[in-house]
Design a protein around this ligand. Structure first.
Ligand code: CUA
Length: 327
């Protein structure tokens, strides 16, 4: 009846579901029982029978208003508390990027590993997914984690979970996205931490996301204008991520992933105060995966070495490798 429980959210979601099912079954039985009982007990016994007129009872009215109100408020607060926690990834979560397209899931680890329709993650570690789509709306659904989040073109959506059990779990697309929607499936492999480290070290030659982002940054000649010391025609990107930016409109904006993405694809949407709108758009020149690599590079410019996550390795740059923004 129920998929396996393999994340910290799974038992919580199930308990709420059991409660909803219990309340529904109780009232279904109560209402239909009363319906049949009253239909028989107060049936019309002769052609001439006219029942006495009843003008309602205040106690009954209050009772059947207050009880359902209380029950629905319990459902609301319980559901909202799970929803809020599922919407807020913890700061120490491992960041993995997801790009959906007709009809596959493309995943990138910060260390550089790329996967298609497969996701390898360690057990017991919170994992945050930052997701976007290249074409239409998809939905990232792992029943064993009780996680389902729409993946929308043109914006980033996030979800997170902490897997609790090593194993192999179904990954589905849960939003009808065209002919082969039903084939847009895959597997999530939850591994022991040591196995995950071994798996991770298998693909280091490709370079980390930030390193690939740096190569892309160079090949697109972004550095011609974005000088690190701020002397260029465009703002310095050092320390940009997670900072507050004053715009030429006079407003401030928090420099998150969505802002950096927009500034690459629609540079003139939000121009930094004191600068001219001279940057050309990179729409069509950079794939969504390339944008994510550039974002990781910009993020890396804001990190002191000590602040980088423990899973990051100081793998040497491989100058021979070329940037590979695959479509
Ligand atoms: Cu992608 Cu359905």
């Amino acid at each position: 009846m129920f998929p396996e429980q393999a994340s910290t959210f799974a038992p919580e979601v199930d308990h709420l579901l059991y409660f909803l099912l219990g309340v529904s079954v109780f009232f279904t039985v109560l209402i239909f029982g009363a319906l049949f009982y009253f239909a028989i007990r107060y049936r019309r016994r002769s052609e001439q029978e006219l029942p006495a007129v009843v003008h309602g009872g205040m106690a009954l009215e209050i009772l059947w208003t207050v009880i359902p109100f209380g029950l629905t408020m319990i459902m609301f607060t319980w559901g909202a508390s799970i929803f809020f926690r599922e919407s807020r990834p913890p700061n120490n979560a491992m960041n993995i990027y997801v790009v959906g397209k007709q009809w596959m899931w493309k995943l990138q680890h910060q260390e550089g590993q790329r996967e298609i329709n497969e996701l390898h993650i360690p057990v017991g570690v919170p994992v945050k997914l930052t997701m976007t789509s290249e074409d239409v709306i998809h939905s990232f659904f792992v029943p064993a984690f009780r996680t389902k989040q729409d993946v929308v073109p043109g914006r980033y959506s996030t979800t997170w979970f902490t897997p609790t059990k090593p194993g192999k779990y179904h990954l589905f697309c849960a939003e009808y996205c065209g002919t082969k929607h039903s084939g847009m499936i895959g597997w999530v492999y939850v591994m022991e931490r040591k196995d995950y480290q071994d798996w991770l070290s298998g693909g280091r030659a490709m370079g980390s996301l930030a390193e690939n982002g740096e190569k892309l940054f160079m090949s697109l000649a972004c550095g011609n204008c974005h000088h690190p010391d701020g002397s260029g025609r465009c703002p310095s990107l050092v320390g940009l991520y997670n900072s507050n930016v004053r715009l030429s409109s006079g407003n401030d904006i928090h420099a998150d992933e969505a802002y950096i993405r927009e500034s690459i694809l629609q540079p003139n949407a939000k121009v930094v105060a004191g600068f001219q709108p001279v940057m050309p758009t990179f729409q069509g020149l950079v794939t969504e995966e390339g944008v994510l690599q550039l974002i990781e590079y910009v993020k890396s410019l804001s990190q002191t070495p000590a602040a980088t996550p423990a899973v990051n390795t100081n793998a040497p740059l491989t100058p021979s490798a070329t940037p590979t923004p695959k479509r």
